[in-house]
Design a binder for this molecule. Structure first.
Ligand code: HEC
Length: 151
């Protein structure tokens, strides 16, 4: 029993060290990959919504992807990972940290909209899905306009 406890605490420690060891570049690459996933899910949803017979199963899957990632956004921006601070390309503006209350609010609005969109997607009601998708897209834009450098 004791050795199991020791083993477990060793694993927890190893995990903590691994997280700390992630470099600022790693953090940027990881969040870009996550935003790509969010972007792909949003685009896939928009595309199928434009067709005569939207794929509700796909919309449901995409909504779940976005809703699971959205609450994590604030954790993807450790200090020292903005433009000019890392060697990989990033669009993360300094305002994310200088106006962190505003950024956190933008992220919270996004997480709320992602939850609402998932409820609509699960309901299968196309009108609700379209309305909540529009609201969700507005929260992407609101954050990008203020906190993301355009390419
Ligand atoms: C709270 C702020 C915020 C919200 C909300 C947000 N984003 Fe972003 N997004 C960013 C920032 C900041 C970057 C730049 C990250 C970087 O380059 O390090 C980014 C980058 C991206 C990228 C580029 C990833 C890459 O490969 O470089 C895509 C695509 C993207 N976001 C899509 C979306 C979509 C779609 C939504 C809404 C469904 C959304 N984002 C919501 C802040 C946000």
């Amino acid at each position: 029993m004791r050795s199991i406890t020791l083993l477990l605490s060793g694993l927890v420690l190893a995990g903590a060290v691994a997280v700390q060891a992630a470099t600022p570049d790693d953090a940027v690459n990881a969040r870009k990959a996550s935003f790509k996933q969010i972007g792909g899910a949003a685009k896939g949803t928009g595309d199928t919504l434009k067709t005569a017979t939207p794929d509700l199963a796909l919309i449901k899957k995409n909504a779940a992807t976005i809703a699971s990632l959205a609450p994590k956004v604030p954790t993807w921006f450790p200090a020292g990972t903005g433009i000019g601070k890392v060697s990989v390309k990033t669009g993360a503006k300094a305002e994310i940290w200088s106006d962190s209350a505003g950024f956190k609010l933008a992220a919270a609005n996004f997480a709320k909209a992602a939850g609402d969109f998932k409820v609509a997607a699960d309901s299968g009601n196309l009108d609700a899905i379209k309305a909540k998708m529009g609201a969700l897209g507005g929260t992407c834009k609101a954050c990008h306009d203020k906190y993301r450098e355009k390419d």
